[in-house]
Design a protein around this ligand. Structure first.
Ligand code: PGA
Length: 245
């Protein structure tokens, strides 16, 4: 199965001109890479421009927890689907941290996204203090369970998880392969328990300071099904990563 390479552009680039330039670069990378499945998650406004690019899929970076209605400033998962998105990132640590998103809210968003036919990429991860206290796994276990609460078991093929340790995001300090692999195994154990199946086949991605030097290790050695990439998805490093994974 092809590794999933998910680019999270976050609130970048700051103009359409720059976004188009970045897109031209991505097009070149996509043409050269048929080894990976590439998903770009741009700011909402740039979604229509990505629809013109063959060989990649589009994801939202978030969505609201309702189908439609009077929720000024929000975007519905149904609107994302209608505009050509197949995926949506939910529960990113920046949403949790700056917008106070709780697992309960994320759970509602997951359910509505599934109804809309989107595949949620659910982010989980621990902060440094929690890791140092040896409580990383118990936190991640509770994040997974709360995020999946009430999610129908037959939706397991429509869900992706991303392990993103908070201290590794945007810090240049990526997680060691051993620690990442251990956490991937733990996440898969929790998913097996939740879905009551020895291997429910849910993809788990790694994210946090991925670059062209460390990218392939997470997939080829630590056994992740792909990567969630922030900073390195905004420049030439991204195309380098595509050739290495
Ligand atoms: P980073 O971000 O690759 O810049 O660390 C990853 C993310 O926030 O998803």
């Amino acid at each position: 199965m092809k590794p999933l390479i998910v680019a999270n552009w976050k609130m970048n680039p700051k103009s359409l001109k720059e976004a188009k330039k970045l897109l031209e670069m991505v097009k070149k990378g996509v043409k050269k890479s048929n080894k990976n499945k590439i998903i770009i998650c741009p700011p909402f406004l740039y979604i229509p421009f990505l629809r013109e690019v063959k060989g990649l899929e589009i994801g939202g970076q978030d969505c609201y927890l309702k189908k439609d209605g009077s929720f000024t400033g929000e975007i519905s998962p149904f609107q994302l689907k209608d505009m050509g998105c197949s995926y949506v990132i939910l529960g990113h640590s920046e949403r949790r941290r700056y917008f106070n998103e709780s697992d309960k809210t994320i759970n509602k968003k997951i359910k509505e996204s599934l109804k809309a036919g989107l595949i949620p990429i659910i982010c989980v991860g621990e902060d440094l203090k929690t890791r140092k206290e040896g409580k990383a796994f118990s936190l991640i276990k509770s994040q997974i369970k709360e995020c999946l609460f009430g999610v129908p078991k037959n939706k397991k093929g429509k869900i992706i998880f991303a392990y993103e340790p908070l201290w590794a995001i945007g810090s240049g300090k990526s997680c060691s392969l051993d620690n990442a692999e251990e956490m991937r195994g733990n996440i898969q154990k929790v998913l097996s328990q939740f879905f009551r199946e020895s291997s429910p086949g849910i993809k788990v991605l790694y994210g946090g300071s991925v670059d062209a030097d460390n990218a392939s290790g997470y997939v080829k050695e630590a056994g992740f099904n792909g990567l969630l990439i922030g900073g390195a998805s905004l420049n030439k490093e991204f195309n380098k990563i595509l050739t290495k994974v």
